[in-house]
Ligand binder design. Structure first.
Ligand code: BGC
Length: 254
């Protein structure tokens, strides 16, 4: 399928699945079904590129294509791999994906940055003009900072040190699972991370994303930090939608 109107294909590469969908950029909604395949193990750049190509071929898509990655990406080049295969570091992900797709243009960005763009335009960050921070709680902690609709990429608040420990080692959702903590116990750690973030950047709103935001009513009310915290609204489509947005913007800019 080629692009009709304002549509783009977004692909979210996660630890367990590679998921893609065509996104209607006027509404932020998916056009048709999401398509998902298992993330290959080990998730090396070439293996993931083949998986991404399979998802793109499923849609027969030749229009703007965005893919998000769970680490720092600068000009298409991966700089970090905190929770994924180390062989990604230094790889030009845009080139690798493009090659697997016979030269099709691809935009690659950080997964939390993609989610932040999507929430800001279509979700919990709509109509906010001040600084909005999105934090995703999953295997690690991802972050996005948005101001007046503009993204400041690669903020990586999951790696700031909070009371002598990296934020994501203290308060990722995976820490709660691994340690068998209650929401109450976990939110004490999340509060510490949020206080560190809000004292550094003073957002007007913090959006909590990642899989655990589906159960936001169980833990957001327990937080004790200063800035209002709301749950993400796009849930498991935010990465796809944000990747599609980034691709449409970059590729229309030439
Ligand atoms: C990575 C971030 C990523 C986050 C969520 C962190 O470990 O450093 O870049 O956004 O995990 O996937």
């Amino acid at each position: 399928m080629t692009s009709t109107g304002r549509q783009a294909l977004g692909v979210d590469v996660g630890g367990s699945g590679v998921k893609g969908a065509i996104v209607d950029l006027d509404t932020g909604e998916l056009v048709g079904e999401r398509f998902r395949i298992e993330t290959p193990q080990p998730a090396t750049p070439d293996a993931v590129a083949q998986a991404v190509a399979e998802v793109v071929r499923h849609f027969g898509w030749t229009g703007p294509l965005g893919v998000c990655y769970p680490g720092v990406v600068v000009d298409g080049v991966v700089q970090t791999a905190a929770n994924v295969d180390q062989s990604w570091i230094g790889c030009n992900a845009e080139e690798i994906y493009s090659k697997a797709l016979g030269g099709q243009r691809v935009t690659v960005l950080n997964d939390a940055d993609a989610a932040g763009l999507a929430e800001q335009r279509y979700g919990a960050g709509r109509n906010r003009n001040g600084v909005v921070v999105l934090l995703t709680f999953g295997t690690g902690i991802g972050s996005a900072v948005i101001h007046h609709g503009m993204l400041l990429p690669n903020t990586e608040f999951g790696h700031i040190e909070v009371e002598g420990k990296e934020a994501e080692h203290r308060a990722a959702a995976s820490v709660m699972e691994r340690k068998g903590w209650s929401y109450r116990k976990w939110t004490k750690q999340v509060t510490k991370v949020l206080v560190a973030v809000e004292n550094t950047i003073w957002p007007e709103l913090i959006i909590a994303g990642g899989g655990i935001s589906k159960k936001a009513d169980k833990w957001i009310p327990l937080l004790k930090n200063r800035t209002p915290v709301v749950a993400a609204q796009l849930l498991n489509t935010a990465g796809i939608v944000g990747a599609a947005m980034a691709a449409a913007e970059e590729q229309s800019a030439g």
